[in-house]
Design a protein around this ligand. Structure first.
Ligand code: XBP
Length: 258
């Protein structure tokens, strides 16, 4: 049991705020490969394997090193990957602007409710700041960017998830101990990262992560839930609740050991 007050919610972005990996990032990567004249195509099956590696630049390198049998790497491989990733990010931002990547159920509702209840909000994501920033602008409104005290994104830390770096950085920027915060994640690696930073973690799975190992999560749900569509509890105890609200979060926080 905790004897601390819940003061802040820390949200992962990709897969948690929006179900955007297969339908967003993957599409953007393939468009960048096409523009570069590469015959690479990441179908869903390959992409879900590549999601083992967090970080778009790191994922491209992983593909080159572990999936391609013949690739005449350019002399400046780092520069090649950087240019490819910049092109991918441009395509991803265009997808966001098109409205193709809405928030998952319950996300906007919970964020508004948490803010009204005086909880602080933060982002801790491997994606780039510009990707996270535009998602919030497009889905919540530009004025809502100020709701997030911290937006810890991408290369701000050296080691990406499952390393705890991005969560440790977010806690440092918040000026709060882990015991006063609660994390929302969608992947096993994200859970490992948050738990290694001492953070209580709520999981909302998506189709790519449903079968992953979420041992150590405070609770595992299929979504945050809406009044008209309750969540499904996959692991843990929601005490009869059908959607994630501040009351449920406070209870989960108090009942979690660490
Ligand atoms: C998920 C990631 C990111 C995205 C791609 O981040 O691993 O790398 O897949 O985005 P999180 P970039 O779950 O931490 O939000 O190409 O911008 O890295």
């Amino acid at each position: 049991m905790k004897n601390t007050e819940l003061k802040a919610l820390i949200f992962d972005v990709d897969g948690t705020l929006t179900d955007n990996e297969v339908h967003g990032h993957r599409v953007a990567f393939n468009l960048a490969f096409r523009d570069a004249g590469l015959d690479w195509f990441w179908d869903v099956e390959i992409y879900e394997r590549l999601l083992e590696v967090f970080g778009g630049k790191e994922r491209i390198r992983y593909y080159i090193e572990d999936f391609l049998t013949h690739f005449n790497a350019p002399g400046d491989l780092d520069g090649f990957i950087l240019d490819l990733h910049k092109s991918k990010t441009a395509h991803y931002l265009a997808l966001l602007k098109s409205g193709a990547l809405p928030l998952r159920p319950g996300v906007a509702r919970l964020i508004r409710e948490a803010r009204a209840a005086g909880l602080r909000l933060a982002i801790a994501s491997t994606t780039t700041f510009e990707n996270a920033e535009l998602l919030i602008k497009m889905s919540l409104g530009e004025e809502c960017l100020d709701w997030f005290d911290v937006m810890a994104c991408g290369d701000v830390v050296a080691n990406k998830k499952p390393a705890p770096d991005i969560y440790l950085y977010a806690l440092e920027q918040l000026g709060l101990p882990a015991a006063e915060c609660l994390v929302f994640e969608d992947t096993e690696a994200g859970l490992v990262s948050a738990r290694a930073a001492g953070l209580t973690t709520l999981i909302t799975v998506n189709e790519s992560t449903r079968e992953q190992d979420f041992s150590g999560a405070a609770i595992v749900l299929d979504q945050l839930g809406e009044p008209e569509q309750g969540f499904e509890v996959l692991q843990g105890d929601a005490g009869g609740a059908t959607l994630v609200d501040v009351e449920l979060l406070r209870r989960i926080h108090l009942e979690s050991a660490t």
